[in-house]
Ligand binder design. Structure first.
Ligand SMILES: Cc1ncc(COP(=O)(O)O)c(C=O)c1O
Length: 357
């Protein structure tokens, strides 16, 4: 039986989107392909409120993280860490031999403007990594406010933002916020199958990359630029996924972006209310994620058993991530899930756990 995915990615993919992938194949140097990439790029610029470049990489997001690290810094990077996925930025920076420091906050806490300001004031940094939505802890960092402070006080610091688990579920104004790199794999709030990463890059970041020798090839923005004006990519693109993305972007605009973001918030508030009633919500309550809720397992229920029972009813949630395994469980409320899905899920949870009677 199909289990509807209430996990924080990959998320449930609607039939219409799955079908869009089955369009007949075209050559990636053909005009049909360029036409497709041109319209998709324009739609992504609209989604991200940007007039700068948006690239499509046939890769999961981690590849784009690595590529960004290799192109963004000539000096030193500040890696902000608030959980396992933000830690990945730091791991990649270290693995590439790029000088860096880690600004780490305790699990469940957010990376705040003041903490970033203090850390940046102590070193000669030219780039910072941020994770907008830490999928492991369910915390959303105040990226807009952090970026505002950086522009005022550290204008040479490029702002690299992992928005993997929130792009297309919350508003990100790439140009107005002054971000330099912002990307997401499409298997989360875009609600597509995995394998494609969307990445906006500022003009100044592209300029910086040109000054850095040996910055790689596959994820290099200058390599992408060599074909950008033709609306092609140097390597073979994930054409079927791009067909699905094109369809999904149309659906997003039909729903209305503001409505889409409001739906994500409404689902988040509903799941948080449920969690507060029967369990607790993990972490700093001022910075809760709008796309995934990390529920503290205050009743010490067996999460594996719960998921087995949910599976029989056609749904799946996630255990806690890393150290939080069995101490928390996560409910994803992103992509194309609706309030009706949320209500159905909490009814099942209440029934299985004997709650709310
Ligand atoms: C915030 C965040 N960053 C990065 C990643 C890694 O993405 P991928 O598995 O697409 O490489 C994930 C995956 O869940 C994530 O949630």
């Amino acid at each position: 039986m199909y289990k509807k995915l209430f996990i924080p990615g990959p998320t449930h993919v609607r039939e219409e989107i799955l079908q869009a992938q089955t369009a007949p194949m075209i050559g990636h140097r053909a005009k049909e392909y360029s036409d497709l990439q041109e319209v998709v790029t324009g739609k992504l610029q609209k989604l991200l409120y940007t007039s700068q470049r948006v690239y499509l990489f046939a890769s999961s997001a981690t590849g784009v993280m690595e590529g960004s690290i290799r192109q963004a810094s000539k000096k030193r990077i500040l890696n902000t860490v608030c959980g396992s996925f933000s830690k990945r930025w730091w791991e990649i920076t270290v693995a590439n031999g790029t000088p860096c420091d880690k600004l780490q906050v305790a699990s469940g806490q957010a990376v705040t403007v003041d903490l970033v300001d203090e850390a940046l004031s102590k070193g000669d940094y030219d780039a910072i990594t941020l994770t907008m939505n830490e999928t492991a802890t369910g915390i959303m960092n105040p990226v807009k406010e952090i970026a505002e402070m950086i522009h005022q006080k550290y204008p040479d610091v490029l702002i690299l933002v992992d928005a993997v688990s929130c792009m297309a579920g919350v508003k990100i104004e790439f140009d107005a916020w002054g971000l330099d790199v912002c990307f997401a794999g499409v298997q989360k709030c875009f609600a597509l199958p995995p394998g494609l990463t969307v990445c906006a890059v500022s003009d100044r970041a592209r300029q910086r990359a040109l000054e850095i020798p040996n910055h790689g090839y596959y994820f290099a923005w200058d390599a992408m630029d060599s074909k950008y004006d033709k609306f092609q990519t140097p390597a073979t693109p994930a054409i079927s996924l791009i067909y699905a993305l094109d369809k999904q972007l149309d659906c997003m605009f039909e729903e209305g972006l503001e409505n889409r973001f409001a739906r994500h918030l409404e689902m988040a508030e509903y799941i948080r209310d449920w969690a507060h009633k029967y369990f607790a919500v993990y972490g700093d309550q001022r910075y809760l994620s709008q796309t995934v809720t990390n529920v503290e397992n205050t009743r010490t229920i067996n999460i594996g058993d719960l998921n087995k029972e949910l599976g029989k009813r056609g749904a799946q949630i996630s255990n806690g991530y890393g150290d939080l395994k069995d101490k928390c469980f996560r409910i994803g409320h992103m992509g194309d899930l609706t309030m009706a899905d949320m209500k159905w899920l909490t009814e099942q949870l209440n029934d299985i756990l004997g709650l709310g009677n």
